[in-house]
Ligand binder design. Structure first.
Ligand SMILES: C[S@@+](CC[C@H](N)C(=O)[O-])C[C@H]1O[C@@H](n2cnc3c(N)ncnc32)[C@H](O)[C@@H]1O
Length: 245
């Protein structure tokens, strides 16, 4: 698809319009980090989102990294989307939408009657998502600025939550999980795709970049009140796990 370049100002205005509110694209207000327990929240992986938060991030560089053959989740994207059981009219939140690899596949699956919240914390990627939605005529895609500890999604608003290659980017998993649980409709499902991280097997960069393996992440998610209901797919480097509220 040929893309017409927009100026940054036009793209930002477009993003705001798509979002339906200005606040979601404003810089995050600095509020004290407080965990769900009421104790101060401490980042479990300080700096992991530094690149994504840069104002001069080049979205095309990330498109090249995320949407290329050889990236396991890209190669298996259609199987992954099928495993979510999306139906026309459903609402899904793509949390950590990145460049929109899955956002627009979800939009095709839920159709014009459905909705896709493309949630991210990266100001530049949010503008990129808004531009891509507008250029593709995806009115069902709502670009949504989340916080580092709170998705800021409306309560009981989504049938599915999808978190791909992003759970390990959550610096504050406990309050994030509480906000995700709140956003999910009763009976709704959350699907997490992340790296297996097996010592002695996984690549060194993965061992350093991803703070923990599948068992630890699953136990955090279960401790937050979710129930594991299946593991529909597994790949060489990535697992796919379904949870219910
Ligand atoms: C490795 S990228 C994955 C992007 C996309 N899911 C994919 O697989 O192509 C991680 C994304 O998560 C975003 N992110 C990090 N922490 C987040 C949070 N608390 N809420 C929403 N997005 C977050 C980053 O800005 C980045 O776009």
């Amino acid at each position: 698809m040929k893309r017409t370049p927009l100026s940054n100002a036009a793209a930002l205005a477009l993003g705001v319009a798509l979002c339906g509110c200005c606040s979601c694209l404003k810089p995050d207000a600095k509020s004290p980090a407080v965990a769900v327990s009421g104790t101060p929240a401490v980042s479990v992986k300080p700096g992991i989102n530094e690149e994504f938060l840069k104002p001069d991030l080049n979205p095309n560089q990330w498109v090249e990294r995320f949407e290329k053959e050889g990236r396991e989740v890209f190669d298996h994207r259609r199987e992954i989307v099928a495993a979510l059981g999306l139906k026309p009219g459903m609402t899904i939140a793509d949390v950590g939408a990145g460049t929109g690899l899955f956002t627009f596949l979800f939009a095709d699956a839920v159709g014009k009657q459905g909705s896709v919240y493309a949630v991210d914390i990266s100001p530049v990627l949010l503008v990129h998502l808004g531009r891509r939605a507008a250029e593709g005529g995806y009115g069902q895609v709502k670009v949504h600025r989340g916080g580092e500890q709170d998705t800021r999604l409306p309560a009981n608003s989504v049938d599915r939550i999808y978190i791909c290659d992003t759970y390990h980017h959550f610096e504050f998993p406990a309050p994030m999980l509480a906000s995700l649980k709140k956003a999910l409709k009763p009976g709704g499902e959350m699907v997490v795709v992340d790296f297996k991280r097996i010592p002695g097997v996984s690549a060194e960069w993965m061992m350093t970049h991803v703070r923990a393996g599948q068992e630890v992440f699953e136990s955090e998610i279960v401790a937050a009140g979710f129930t594991k209901v299946g593991e529909p797919l597994t790949f060489k480097d990535n697992y796919v796990v379904r949870f219910r509220k």
